[in-house]
Design a protein around this ligand. Structure first.
Ligand code: AMP
Length: 210
């Protein structure tokens, strides 16, 4: 099963991707996580990528496409994968079609109103060790792995607004790309994660049943 998860930043792609990965036994590939790991290297490329992420911009298509191409050619992706954060431009979506022998099975579009997304992002904390995210509460350690929680630089309000502009300009048009290929499942991404996941499972079972 090859699944693309799309939706604005903060729509719940990471949370739903983790569930899909567990249930279907396929890896979750988060380009944001892969890029953040590169940033910890602190070489020239790492610094450039850190700068781009910090400003809420997109890294160049060629770079991210080559990262994805290499990742999905690995053994653990033979049975499929969940892409979380890729593609983010129509050029990336076209590149993915060229790389895959067959198209993706389904693109799940998590629909969350922009106002709610801004509240979610500027109110969330991320675990520095395992990357899990939590709504800001009175906690300082990750309930999953006890790592320290922090606010991502790009979750600060001014950057969030810029990320959403980038999303509307470059990423939202991908919905039409997949809709025209009959690959788009639109999901109401508001509400508790369990309910959102039930909708996703219903859509995927329709794909499986053909
Ligand atoms: P995310 O964790 O998915 O919100 O991604 C964090 C940041 O990584 C984004 O704001 C971009 O700067 C960068 N990024 C992640 N995925 C992509 C992609 N497919 N294309 C370009 N930049 C990306």
């Amino acid at each position: 099963m090859k699944i693309v998860l799309m939706g604005p930043p903060g729509a719940g792609k990471g949370t739903q991707g983790a569930r899909l990965s567990k249930i279907y036994g396929i890896p979750q590939i988060s380009t944001g996580d892969i890029l953040r790991e590169t940033v910890t290297d602190q070489d020239v490329l790492g610094k450039q990528i850190g700068d781009i992420i910090g400003k809420g911009q997109l890294v160049p298509d060629e770079l991210i496409v080559s990262i994805i191409e290499e990742r999905i050619s690995q053994e653990d992706c033979r049975g499929g994968f969940v892409l979380d954060g890729f593609p983010r431009t129509v050029d990336q979506a076209e590149a993915l079609e060229r790389v895959l022998p067959e198209s993706v099975d389904v693109t799940v579009y998590l629909n969350v109103p922009i106002k709610e997304v801004i509240e979610r992002l500027s109110g969330r904390l991320t675990c520095r060790d395992c990357g899990a995210v939590f709504a800001k509460e009175d906690i300082s350690l990750c309930p999953v792995c006890s790592g320290p929680l922090f606010q991502r630089e790009d979750d600060q309000r001014s950057t969030v607004e810029h990320r959403l502009k980038v999303y509307m300009a470059h990423t939202a048009p991908i919905a039409n790309f997949y809709r025209s290929r009959n690959k788009l499942a639109e999901i109401d991404g508001t509400g508790v994660p369990e309910k959102v996941f039930e909708q996703i499972e219903r859509e995927i079972s329709q794909v499986v049943e053909g």
